[in-house]
Design a binder for this molecule. Structure first.
Ligand SMILES: *[C@@H]1O[C@H](CO)[C@@H](O)[C@H](O)[C@H]1NC(C)=O
Ligand SMILES: [Zn+2]
Ligand SMILES: [Zn+2]
Length: 445
C-alpha cells in the first residue's frame, strides 16, 4: 500500500524530529485522512463487502444465546485461520481474541459482541433465523461481520502496524456479563485502549454518535420475596397479606428517586416483576417482586442499592411480613457506568471527521440504558460509539430487541473501516510517544 508507506515515511521522520511536547497529535490531518479514506474504500470493495454480508447472514440464520455462541465462535476462528491471524480460544467459554501486528506494545483492542436474544424473529426474508425462539435482534451478527472486515483490512496492512491490535469477540453481552468474564481471563491485561461500537436504528447511515464522559448508566437487578401468611380472602384477620405489603413496598421504592436523589443526578428504580396469588378468594403465602435500578455514579448506585434493601425489609416489617432481598450478582452482575475516555474521544473525532465529515458526528446524550462494554472501559481507557444505519429508502428500521428488527448491511463497511482506522492511527500515535518519552517496555501479550 503506497499511501501507508508514505505515511510511515513521514511518521519515521517525525520520530526523529518530535519532542514529547509536540507529540500530542502526531498525525496531521492529511495523514489521518489518507488512512481513513483508504480504509473506507477498502471496506467498500465488492469482495470484502460481499464477504461481510455473507458472514453476517450466516450468523443471523444461526443465532446463539449468551455463553452458547459455539458455532458463531467456530465461524470466527475459521475465518481467522483462513486469514492467518493468531488467536486465543476459549476465552470466557466461547470468546476469541485475535492478534494482528508486532505482538508488542502498544496494544489497542477492538470489541464485537456475539450473542443473540431469546425471541422469535418476525421478519420474513431469505435469511430468517432458523432457530425458533432465538434471534439476532440487536445487530451483534453485524458487529461480528464488521470486526472480521476490520481484521481483513488490518491483516493486509499488518507490516505497517506500530504495535498490536487485539480483536475481541465477546460472548454474552445481553445480561450475562461476558465482558467481565473476558477480563477475568487475563488475556486482555495489557490493553492500552479499547474501542467498541453498536449499530443504531435511530441514526442515519454514514453518521456516528458519541460523546466523552459517562454515556450510559450503571445498573443492577433485585428480587425480593415478601413472606406473609396465606388464608381465606374473606377472613383477613387470620392472615398476613403479602399482596398489600408488596404494594406498599413498591410505592415506597418510588420515593427513593423522587425524594432522596438529587434531581440533577439521573437515577431509576423500576419494579418490573410482581408475582403472587392465583385465586380470587385466597390470600397467598408470599409475593415475589423484582426490578432494576440505575445511576450515573458509583456513589449514587451504592446508595440506591443500600436503600432498596432497607425500604423493602422495613416496609415489609410494618405489615408483619418477612423478606429476603437478592441481587443475584453471580448471574446478573452489576454493570458499571459506561464512561468514554476524553483523549480517545478526541482521537475518535479526528478519525471520524476525516472519514465521514464533521457534520456526520452527532453528539450522544446520555441514556439510562446499559452496555457491558462498561466493564472494559472501567478496566482501561475505552470508547464506545453508535454507528448509524438508517436509510429511509429501505423502509422502516425497528430499534433493537424488536421482533421486526432489521440490519441495513450497507453500514458494514463503515464499521469495518472505523475499527481499522481507529486502531491503526492509535498505534501510530502512541508508538511515537513511547519512543520519544522512553516509556517502559511492557510485556508481550
Ligand atoms: C418472620 O420471621 C420470624 C423469625 O423467624 C418468625 O417468627 C415469623 O413467624 C415470620 N413471619 C412470617 C410472616 O413469616
Ligand atoms: Zn441488546
Ligand atoms: Zn446490543
Amino acid at each position: 500500500m503506497g499511501f501507508l508507506k508514505w505515511v510511515l515515511a513521514i511518521f519515521t521522520l517525525c520520530t526523529y524530529l518530535a519532542t514529547p511536547t509536540l507529540s500530542d497529535s502526531l498525525l496531521n490531518k492529511d495523514e489521518l485522512a489518507s488512512i481513513s479514506a483508504n480504509f473506507l474504500n477498502l471496506a467498500k470493495r465488492t469482495d470484502l463487502f460481499d464477504w461481510m454480508v455473507k458472514i453476517r447472514r450466516t450468523i443471523h440464520e444461526n443465532p446463539e444465546l449468551g455463553f452458547e455462541e459455539f458455532e458463531t465462535s467456530k465461524l470466527i476462528r475459521n475465518e481467522l485461520d483462513k486469514m492467518g491471524i493468531y488467536y486465543k480460544y476459549p476465552v470466557a467459554v466461547t470468546g476469541v481474541v485475535g492478534f494482528i501486528g508486532t505482538g508488542k506494545s502498544p496494544f489497542v483492542a477492538l470489541r464485537a459482541d456475539m450473542d443473540a436474544l431469546p425471541m422469535q424473529e418476525e421478519v420474513e426474508w431469505e435469511h430468517k433465523s432458523k432457530i425458533p425462539g432465538k434471534m439476532h435482534a440487536c445487530g451483534h451478527d453485524a458487529h461480528v461481520a464488521m470486526l472480521l472486515g476490520a481484521a481483513r483490512i488490518l491483516q493486509e496492512q499488518r507490516d505497517y502496524l506500530q504495535g498490536t491490535v487485539l480483536l475481541v469477540f465477546q460472548p454474552a453481552e445481553e445480561g450475562g456479563g461476558g465482558a467481565k468474564k473476558m477480563l477475568e481471563s487475563g488475556v486482555l491485561d495489557n490493553v492500552d485502549a479499547i474501542f467498541g461500537l453498536h449499530i443504531s436504528a435511530v441514526h442515519p447511515i454514514g453518521t456516528v454518535t458519541a460523546n466523552s464522559g459517562p454515556i450510559m448508566a450503571g445498573s443492577g437487578f433485585f428480587e425480593a420475596v415478601i413472606k406473609g401468611k396465606g388464608g381465606h380472602a374473606a377472613i383477613p384477620q387470620h392472615t398476613i397479606d403479602p399482596i398489600l405489603a408488596a404494594s406498599n413496598i413498591i410505592v415506597s421504592l418510588q420515593h427513593l428517586v423522587s425524594r432522596e436523589a438529587d434531581p440533577l443526578d439521573s437515577q431509576v428504580v423500576t419494579v418490573a416483576k410482581f408475582k403472587g396469588g392465583g385465586a380470587f378468594n385466597v390470600i397467598p403465602d408470599s409475593v415475589t417482586i423484582g426490578g432494576t435500578f440505575r445511576a450515573f455514579s458509583k456513589e449514587s448506585f451504592t446508595q440506591l442499592k443500600q436503600r432498596i434493601v432497607e425500604v423493602i425489609t422495613r416496609q415489609a416489617a410494618v405489615q408483619r411480613c418477612n423478606t429476603t432481598v437478592d441481587f443475584d450478582t453471580e448471574n446478573r452482575p452489576f454493570y458499571p457506568v459506561t464512561v468514554n475516555n476524553k483523549a480517545l474521544h478526541e482521537h475518535f473525532r479526528d478519525v471520524a471527521a476525516q472519514m465521514l465529515g464533521n457534520d456526520k458526528i452527532i453528539e450522544k446524550k446520555p441514556t439510562m440504558g446499559t452496555e457491558d462494554f462498561s466493564f472494559f472501559a472501567e478496566a482501561f481507557p475505552g470508547y464506545f460509539y453508535l454507528l448509524g444505519m438508517v436509510d429511509e429508502t429501505k423502509g422502516r428500521f425497528e430499534s433493537g430487541h424488536n421482533p421486526f428488527y432489521r440490519v441495513n448491511e450497507d453500514a458494514l463497511p463503515y464499521g469495518a473501516a472505523l475499527h481499522a482506522s481507529l486502531a491503526t492511527t492509535y498505534l501510530l500515535e502512541h508508538q511515537v510517544k513511547a519512543t520519544t518519552q522512553d516509556r517502559n517496555v511492557r510485556d508481550e501479550l
